[in-house]
Design a protein around this ligand. Structure first.
Ligand code: SAM
Length: 216
């Protein structure tokens, strides 16, 4: 357990559930055998930019696996399927996950072939490095670990459950800047409210995510 790392993640807004999850960092530079401490090299076969070399990364992973043989190794990369809520839920059951954050133009493909169990993209855009992608995935997984959220029921009515986006939500006051809450929400008829929310969720999904709507 590394209190300092957990504190850092808390400050960055990643929910680590007050000790229910532990986060540690490994720097491949600490494992390089290069006399100049390098972890990158020019790409073979052409291409602009540098690539993370296999040796420092592989030795980092071997060190982790020597202590945690069941570690699930994930590489964050645009060359992958999009990370989803279902992945977050599935990975929340893993005991130990390693998130590899690429830098430069990414990592040597052989590391993926030899050690990586799964690859994920967080969207159709290119980040400078994988750290933010790893943090996004880390946060999404963490809140699905039992006991991390104050109320586990929150997970059951969120967007992406049953391929639907969430219906509009309101809190006090009932009228704000001349805008009223949907009146049905105030009447206390829970089955009616549930039906209405489902209808509104369908409308939102159809408008914002026709790809999801097709699955409903
Ligand atoms: N040359 C790579 C390509 O075209 O696919 C992009 C490399 S990017 C500059 C450096 C690192 O950022 C990647 O190795 C990856 O770890 C991370 N990264 C960038 N965009 C990402 C995305 N959309 N999802 C996940 N990771 C991403």
């Amino acid at each position: 357990m590394n209190e300092q790392n957990n504190d850092l993640f808390k400050k960055l807004g990643v929910d680590i559930g007050d000790g229910k999850i532990n986060i540690d960092f490994k720097n491949p530079r600490d494992y390089t055998t290069d006399k100049h401490n390098r972890v990158d090299a020019a790409m073979i076969g052409g291409g602009a930019g540098m690539l993370m070399s296999p040796q420092p990364l592989m030795d980092t992973l071997k060190d982790i696996k020597s202590k945690s043989p069941n570690a699930h190794i994930v590489f964050m990369t645009p060359v992958a399927k999009r990370f989803t809520q279902n992945d977050a839920k599935r990975l929340a059951n893993k005991e130990y996950i390693v998130l590899i954050s690429g830098r430069y133009e990414g990592i040597d493909e052989r590391v993926i072939e030899l050690e990586v169990d799964e690859v994920f993209s967080i969207g159709d855009f290119i980040l400078t490095g994988g750290e933010l992608a790893s943090m996004v995935v880390c946060d999404a997984i963490s809140r699905n670990v039992s006991g991390v959220l104050g109320n586990n029921a929150s997970l059951e009515v969120e967007s992406f459950e049953d391929s639907l986006l969430e219906a509009p939500s309101f809190t006090k006051p009932n009228i704000y800047e001349n805008k009223a809450i949907i009146s049905e929400y105030l009447k206390g008829n829970h089955s009616k409210i549930t039906d209405l929310k489902r209808g509104l969720a369908l409308c939102k999904t159809k408008f914002f995510r026709p790809d999801l709507y097709k699955k409903v």
